[in-house]
Design a protein around this ligand. Structure first.
Ligand code: DC
Length: 221
């Protein structure tokens, strides 16, 4: 059983995918973290993010492990626990740049297919149901209004003590959506057979319950 969850930033897909995987006893793979890890590694090595050959080399040599722990998951890149470093705005912007490079996408897509080949997996990203596992058993597409996604991001950053402007964040989200949807390789689109989950007015637990119901407890074996 392969569960594919796609959707834009702030739609709640990572939080929900992680909990769904835990309840089903499946592995959880956050593919955004893989693009982020490539950008992080390239930054550390001083490579230019636009240098496609150098970045493809970084992706080829990426050694990433997802290790479940009581707080959710540890992400280890080349033996280093990178956790919060991958979440920075700078790494996120770098990830968007490397994610537009076809060679990087091919390398990471191959790696994702390998990671999922034994099934019992919830894989989450932008192109899982369309490119990585077009034959996934269950596909979901998460969505939420940009204003609501902006509020979520605003809260996350405010909690960390960062001073941020809500309108600016909403504008950035709209801009990132356009970039993701208009990218020439693997644009963000809902797979035809994906079920739409709109989380604008849905709490985390409600979304988790809905996804598990739609998977069907009998199928999740
Ligand atoms: O979900 P995220 O913000 O961690 O993703 C980081 C970047 O990687 C974002 O620009 C979208 C891109 N991405 C992608 O192109 N394909 C995926 N399967 C996952 C993420």
């Amino acid at each position: 059983m392969i569960v594919a969850i796609d959707g834009p930033a702030g739609s709640g897909k990572s939080t929900v995918a992680k909990i769904v995987a835990e309840r089903l006893g499946f592995r959880y793979i956050n593919t955004g973290a893989m693009y982020r890890a490539v950008a992080w590694k390239a930054n550390n090595a001083g490579s230019l993010l636009k240098d496609e050959l150098a970045i493809a080399q970084v992706a080829e040599e990426l050694n990433i492990e997802f290790i479940p722990n009581p707080d959710g998951q540890k992400i280890i890149v080349d033996g280093v626990d990178v956790g919060s470093q991958l979440k920075s705005e700078e790494v996120g912007n770098g990830a968007a740049t490397v994610a537009s490079q076809p060679q990087v996408r091919k390398i990471l897509t191959d790696l994702q297919r390998k990671m999922g080949q034994d099934g019992k997996i919830v894989m989450e990203g932008r192109d899982i149901g369309t490119q990585v596992f077009p034959n996934a058993d269950k596909k979901f597409f998460f969505q939420a209004d940009p204003e609501e996604r902006g509020r979520r991001r605003y809260q996350e950053l405010s909690t960390k003590g960062e001073s941020v402007d809500l309108h600016e964040i909403i504008d950035q989200i709209r801009k990132r959506d356009l970039e993701d949807m208009n990218r020439s390789v693997a644009p963000l689109v809902q797979a035809e057979d994906a079920l739409l989950v709109d989380t604008t007015h849905l709490g985390i637990e409600e979304a988790v319950v809905r996804v598990i119901e739609l998977i069907g407890p009998e199928d999740a074996k």
